[in-house]
Write a protein that binds this ligand. Sequence first.
Ligand SMILES: NC(=O)c1ccc[n+]([C@@H]2O[C@H](COP(=O)([O-])OP(=O)(O)OC[C@H]3O[C@@H](n4cnc5c(N)ncnc54)[C@H](OP(=O)(O)O)[C@@H]3O)[C@@H](O)[C@H]2O)c1
Length: 295
Amino acid sequence: MRLAVIGATGQFGRAMVEAARSSGWDVLPLGHDAIEVADATSVALALADPYDVVVNATVWHGPAQEDPVMALRVNALGAKVVAEHAARHGATCVTVSTDYVFDGDATRPYDESAVPSPRSVYGISKATGEALVRATTPDHLIVRVASLFDIGGSRAKGGTSFVGTMLAQARAGRPLRVVADQFHSPSYAPDAAATTMDLLRLGARGIVHVTNAGWCSWFEMAVAIVEEAGLTADLTPTRLADLPAGGPPRPRYSVLGHGGLRRLGLASPRPWRDAVRDYLARETGAGSPPPPRAS
Ligand SMILES: NC(=O)c1ccc[n+]([C@@H]2O[C@H](COP(=O)([O-])OP(=O)(O)OC[C@H]3O[C@@H](n4cnc5c(N)ncnc54)[C@H](OP(=O)(O)O)[C@@H]3O)[C@@H](O)[C@H]2O)c1
């Protein structure tokens, strides 16, 4: 099988390249220097050879404030351009999306069938990207992740992730104030990519949530990170309302349910805390990771 990964230098893209290669697939990694997703000519040139699967793991995510022009250009138009190219060449289009497509007013995990109701420019651009992909080709797989983390972090966030930031701050002995009233399902990029490979092998189509099992507040996650790393830290819970303004408005409760995986007969990826442990083991080069599946 031949698979192209657009956004291959990013957090999800790197993990996807690794997961596909370790499954023996022929992989073409494409960084931003090789392709511009919102430009159909650039996409056609970079994907001139035929591919069975094209993974779009790009994102535009404003660092401080939301920019509708850039967000819609990359996250919505880019998603459509890639889907059109894949459809024209008989390839499956995989698009990576986010929990920010939901408003966060729920009190139970969002099923894949829940209607998106984004509140931020970022969420609106990603939900529009999803809708454009769905309208463009039936041969699509939209995988939603949330609070993505891996070693090296997200390019759009300056090479950081929540796990990396908490570790750096705790190791530097700095006090940490962390939000305790926002709940989410963390996603470890290697597990999300491995699950995406499982979905592709099964021939799954449509929207599937590929977050790790379980959910937590940011504060609970910070406590777990510090504990798993064997550190001590001065951790104080704070409220979402007390955060300084900036960045997309965050959904208060954006836990993503795993009905999609269950309906396909797939287990959830391992619990998020086990994934944090694997991150730490890989960071220190200690041992091999535990099996990536929860039973
Ligand atoms: N990070 C999170 O916490 C999070 C949470 C939920 C969902 N997601 C979703 O997960 C996906 C991947 O996120 P990530 O954290 O892996 O992002 P990332 O680390 O910022 O990687 C994005 C990749 O896309 C490339 N790229 C950006 N704009 C491009 C464009 N116009 N044309 C071509 N390539 C472009 C980037 O290259 P350059 O850096 O060189 O521009 C980079 O390789 C996205 O769909 C995002 O919405 C992420």
